[in-house]
Ligand binder design. Structure first.
Ligand code: GLA
Length: 379
């Protein structure tokens, strides 16, 4: 009896041990040099690996320089576009993998009014300001420290930097949780300001540099989008996706309607728009699901943000040679930028991007990978 009980308890202990090891699948964090900037500032790459997925993050621009996930046969590949060297990121980066701020996306005419004062921010996209101006957060060197299952990057943006008011202390925590890369952004300011932070990874679930993303199937949890003018500034309307090429409520191949004769598609040269997510604001919930039938890779994007910029790499023109010498063709990567709506400071009807002094900005986005075994099937 004693022996049976002891045996049973031993068995239970073993089961418990296995479960604990699985549950605590620890992320291994390694650090290496990525070189020096022209002014001598050292830049590092932190690689996070947990046996399921692997992410490499540079302290320059918080850039996700690689993100490796398995296909349906267990083969790992890098599913984000980027460069092999720091110098290329510095000299010509269309925001590959970057942490974008202080204000992701566009601000019309580089101007907004906050608490009765007009602020001017750099016009680096025609007459508009894009992605925080000429020297946005994507070009800053962030301080890094290892945390549980990942790293925390921090950056202090001084009062008046790129025209934005208030000293802003921003942090971005990149962690691996099982099969997901999670990014948690926080910020505080000492004066009222505006904040909109995102990550600008260009995904290609077939593997970076392996053709276009037109065969990927996309689902976006949104019944409305924000139509734009010819400079990609929202008109202010929240338009129903019903009956348009912007209806991704059911999974649809991206290439199916991208060249449809619709005015909004002409304006964006494809998809380059903000979708108004159907969700309870502030709650981490599904924004999009992307599936590559060729490899079986699936990416779920979850966010606490109210909007999602879906951009089909329409400005990639085949001149960029990326990682491993691969040429990035037109529409060979797509971005799913979780965000507040573009130009919100100039649209009182959009969710506010104002951060009051002493309050905390907080936002979470998760990129979760899985596979589907049957190319035509559901799972
Ligand atoms: C964003 C914009 C696009 C483009 C890219 C960078 O996604 O919406 O219009 O500027 O960044 O090339």
């Amino acid at each position: 009896m004693f022996l049976i009980k002891a045996g049973f308890e031993l068995g239970l202990l073993c089961v418990l041990l296995v479960i604990t090891t699985v549950a605590e699948a620890k992320t291994k964090i390694t650090k290496k040099s990525f070189g020096l900037l022209d002014d001598g500032t050292p830049v590092e790459i932190y690689t996070l690996a947990n046996g399921k997925i692997e992410a490499a993050i540079a302290t320059y621009g918080g850039i996700v320089v690689s993100l490796r996930a398995p296909d349906r046969n267990g083969n790992m590949d890098d599913v984000v576009l980027g460069y092999d060297s720091l110098n290329q990121y510095v000299s010509n980066n269309p925001y590959f993998g970057a942490l974008v701020g202080r204000y992701a996306n566009r601000i019309a005419h580089g101007s907004f009014v906050l608490e009765g004062k007009t602020y001017s921010v750099p016009k680096n996209d025609g007459d508009n300001s894009l992605h925080g101006g000429a020297r946005g957060f994507d070009k800053a060197v962030w301080k890094a420290k290892p945390i549980k299952d990942g790293i925390e990057l921090s950056y202090v943006s001084r009062d008046g930097e790129q025209g934005y008011p208030g000293t802003l202390t921003a942090t971005a925590r990149y962690t691996l949780n099982d099969n997901e890369l999670r990014i948690e952004y926080s910020a505080t300011a000492d004066k009222p300001t505006v904040v909109n932070l995102t990550n600008h990874s260009y995904f290609n679930l077939a593997g970076q540099g392996r053709g276009t993303i037109l065969q990927h199937q996309l689902k976006i949890t949104a019944s409305r989008f924000t139509p734009v003018d010819s400079t990609l500034i929202p008109t202010g309307e929240l338009r129903s996706v019903e009956g348009t090429a912007f209806d991704f409520r059911a999974p649809t191949p991206i290439g199916q309607r991208i060249d449809a004769n619709e005015d909004q598609l002409h304006k964006g040269k494809g998809y380059d728009h903000n979708w108004v997510l159907d969700k309870v604001p502030g709650r981490l919930s599904e924004a999009a699901e992307l599936y590559d039938p060729g490899t079986g890779r699936v990416l779920h994007v979850l966010t606490t943000e109210p909007g999602l910029q879906f951009y089909t790499g329409n400005f990639l023109d085949g001149t960029i040679i990326g990682k491993q010498g691969r040429r990035y063709a037109w529409r060979s990567g797509l971005c799913l930028e979780t965000q507040h709506f573009p130009d919100s400071p100039n649209h009182p009807n959009f969710p506010s991007t104002e951060l009051k002094a002493g309050k905390r900005y907080h936002s979470v986005t998760a990129f979760k990978f899985s596979v589907r075994s049957d190319p035509g099937g559901k799972q």
